[in-house]
Design a protein around this ligand. Structure first.
Ligand code: AMP
Length: 524
C-alpha cells in the first residue's frame, strides 16, 4: 500500500511529513530544508520553477514569480481582498470566466488552483524522492477560517497535483493532534496560529481519546506578509526622505526591499538591531548609483506592527466567548506559524491569556506533523484520537428583503446536516431560487455567496403552500453541499454548490489531465 503524506500548505512555506515506523518524520527537500517556499515562477525561456528555485530568482524576475497565492485561493476577482492585492503584488492578476482570480505569468494565464497544485506537486515530489516510491494520497491542511470556496479550491489543487486528498483538516486541529500525541491528561488548549498570510485561533479540549474543537475564529487576511509590507513602507519613506527619489515604480527594487524587510524582521526576533543594506538600489537623474542603508531597531519594528498584533486580540476574545470561556480557563497555549517567533507577539499572547505559551512545539513543523498523523490514521487505519471539529462560519440562505437566514451556526460540530422547509412567495410558482451564503452578517449581501440554484418542477399551488425541504450538509472536510426536495412529489434534486471563484468541473478535469500527462512526459 502506498504511503499517505500530510502537507501543510503555507502562504509562505509548505512542509510535508509522514509517519515512519510509528514516528512522525518531517521530510527534507533535496536542499536539506524542511520547508519549501510556496512559490511558482516561469523564466524568460519558459522554464517552470517551484520552491527554492523560484524564490532564488524572484528579485530578477518579480513580475513572473508568484508568491502568497494562498491569499487568493477561492477569492472572487472583484472581492476587496483581490482589489487590494492587485495594487500590492508585483505579478499581474486578471479575472477568470467565473469571476475567479487568475495570474498572468509570461505568456500564459494560470488559475490559482493550478499554481497551488504545482506547489503541492512539489511537496509530493519531495516525499517521493525521500521514499523512493510514488505517493498518491494526502491529507492537506487549511486555515480553520477558510470558507467553502477556499476549501474546495484547495481540494481541486490537490487533484491537479495528482493527489487523492483523503481529508482537508484545519491547521490548528492538526497542531493539536501533534501536541496531543502520547498525552493522556485532560487539557484545554488555545492554538494561536499566525503564519505568513492568515491568523487563526482555536480553543480545544483534549482528553479521553478525544480532541474536540470548542471554537475557532480568524482572519484570512492577516499574517507575516502584512508585517513585511509595513517594513517596506517604512524603508521606502526613509529612502525618499534621504534621496528625494522614489523606488515605488521599480519592481526589482521593491522585490529586493521585500526580501530585505522579511530578513530584518526575522533577525529582530533574535537581536535588537538590524541593518538593511541594499547597494545600487537605484540611480539618480545623473546616473549616479543610489544605495539604501537603514538601521532598524526592534522597538521601531514593534511600533510599525503593534496594531496588527492588537487585531488578533479581538479575534481571540471572540473565540473564547464562543466557547464560553475566559482567558484564565486555558491550560496551554501553543504558538504556530513563523510570525509567532516575534517576541512582541509572544509577549502579547502571554499578556492576554495570563500564561507563558508552551515552548515545546516547532511552529514551522507541527501542522505538517499533525497532518501526517491524520494521514496515517486514515490511510493505514491506525488508531488515534477521535477528532471533533467545527465549522468556522455560519451557513444559510438569502430570504426576501435581503436578510440572511442562518441555518447552521458557526462553531457547530462537523460533519453536520440540517433541514429546513421553504415555500413559494407567488401563486402557482413552479420554481424557487435558493442563494446559499456563508458568513456572520445579518445582511445577505455582506456574506460570501457560495452558489445559487433554482429548484424547478414545484407542484403548482397557492403561495405559501408548497413544502420544499432543503438540506444543508457540511462534510468532515468542511465542504458544503445542498439538496432540495418537494415534499408533495418527493422529487429530490441534489445540488453540488460550485462556489463562485472556483474552477468549473470541466476545467478542473482538463487541468488534472494536462498535468498528469505533463508528469509522464517529464519522467519518460
Ligand atoms: P508560515 O506561514 O507559518 O510559514 O509563516 C511564515 C511567516 O513567518 C513569514 O511571514 C515569515 O517572515 C515569518 N517568520 C519566520 N521566521 C520568523 C522569525 N524568526 N521572526 C519573525 N517572523 C518570522
Amino acid at each position: 500500500m502506498s504511503r499517505v503524506i500530510g502537507i501543510d500548505l503555507g502562504t509562505t512555506n509548505s512542509c510535508v511529513a509522514m509517519i515512519e515506523d510509528g514516528q512522525p518524520v518531517v521530510i527534507p527537500n533535496t536542499g536539506g530544508y524542511k520547508t519549501t517556499p510556496s512559490m511558482f515562477a516561469v523564466t524568460e525561456d519558459g522554464k517552470r520553477l517551484v520552491g527554492h528555485l523560484a524564490k532564488r530568482q524572484a528579485i530578477t524576475n518579480s513580475k513572473n514569480t508568484v508568491f502568497a497565492a494562498k491569499r487568493l485561493i477561492g477569492r472572487d476577482f472583484d472581492s476587496p481582498e483581490v482589489t487590494k492585492a492587485r495594487t500590492l503584488l508585483p505579478y499581474e492578476l486578471i479575472a477568470g470566466p467565473n469571476n475567479d482570480t487568475r495570474v498572468q505569468v509570461v505568456d500564459r494565464v494560470y488559475t490559482i488552483p493550478e499554481i497551488t497544485g504545482l506547489v503541492l506537486r512539489e511537496m509530493k515530489r519531495v516525499a517521493e524522492e525521500y521514499l523512493g516510491e510514488p505517493v498518491q494520497e494526502a491529507v492537506i491542511t487549511v486555515p480553520a477560517h477558510f470558507n467553502d470556496a477556499q476549501r474546495q479550491t484547495t481540494r481541486d489543487a490537490g487533484r491537479i497535483a495528482g493527489l487523492e486528498v483523503l481529508r482537508i483538516i484545519n491547521e490548528p486541529t492538526a497542531a493539536a493532534l501533534a501536541y496531543g500525541r502520547g498525552r493522556t491528561e485532560s487539557e484545554r488548549l488555545a492554538i494561536y496560529d499566525l503564519g505568513g498570510g492568515t491568523f487563526d485561533i482555536s480553543i480545544l479540549q483534549l482528553g479521553d481519546g478525544v480532541i474536540e474543537v470548542l471554537s475557532t475564529a480568524g482572519d484570512t487576511n492577516l499574517g507575516g506578509e502584512d508585517f513585511d509590507r509595513r517594513i517596506v513602507e517604512y524603508l521606502l519613506e526613509k529612502f525618499e526622505e534621504k534621496e528625494d527619489a522614489s523606488l515605488r515604480e521599480d519592481a526589482m527594487a521593491l522585490q529586493r526591499l521585500k526580501d530585505a524587510a522579511e530578513k530584518a524582521k526575522c533577525d529582530l526576533s533574535e537581536v535588537n538591531s538590524s541593518e538593511v543594506n541594499l547597494p545600487f538600489i537605484a540611480a539618480d537623474d545623473d546616473g549616479q548609483a543610489l544605495h539604501l542603508s537603514v538601521v532598524l531597531e526592534r522597538a521601531q519594528l514593534e511600533q510599525l506592527v503593534a496594531d496588527l498584533i492588537e487585531r488578533t486580540r479581538g479575534i481571540c476574545d471572540r473565540a473564547l466567548k464562543d466557547a464560553n470561556l475566559e482567558p484564565g480557563d486555558i491550560d496551554q497555549i501553543l504558538l504556530v506559524g513563523g510570525q509567532t517567533r516575534m517576541p512582541l507577539c509572544q509577549k502579547q499572547v502571554a499578556k492576554f491569556f495570563g500564561k507563558v505559551p508552551n515552548k515545546g512545539v516547532n511552529p514551522d513543523e507541527v501542522v505538517a506533523v499533525g497532518a501526517a498523523i491524520q494521514a496515517s490514521m486514515l490511510g493505514e487505519d491506525q488508531p488515534g484520537p477521535l477528532l471533533v471539529d467545527v465549522t468556522p462560519l455560519s451557513l444559510g440562505i438569502a430570504t426576501v428583503g435581503g436578510h440572511f437566514a442562518r441555518i447552521i451556526e458557526r462553531n457547530t460540530t462537523v460533519p453536520t446536516a440540517r433541514k429546513e422547509i421553504f415555500t413559494s412567495t407567488r401563486d402557482n410558482q413552479r420554481a424557487v431560487k435558493i442563494r446559499v451564503l456563508q458568513g456572520e452578517s445579518e445582511k445577505a449581501s455582506e456574506n460570501d455567496l457560495l452558489g445559487e440554484f433554482v429548484l424547478t418542477g414545484v407542484r403548482p399551488a397557492p403561495k405559501g403552500e408548497p413544502e420544499i425541504e432543503v438540506t444543508f450538509d457540511i462534510d468532515a472536510n468542511g465542504i458544503v453541499s445542498v439538496s432540495a426536495k418537494d415534499l408533495a412529489t418527493n422529487q429530490e434534486q441534489s445540488i453540488q454548490v460550485n462556489p463562485r471563484g472556483t474552477l468549473s468541473p470541466e476545467e478542473l478535469e482538463k487541468l488534472t489531465e494536462d498535468y498528469a500527462s505533463d508528469e509522464v512526459a517529464a519522467k519518460g
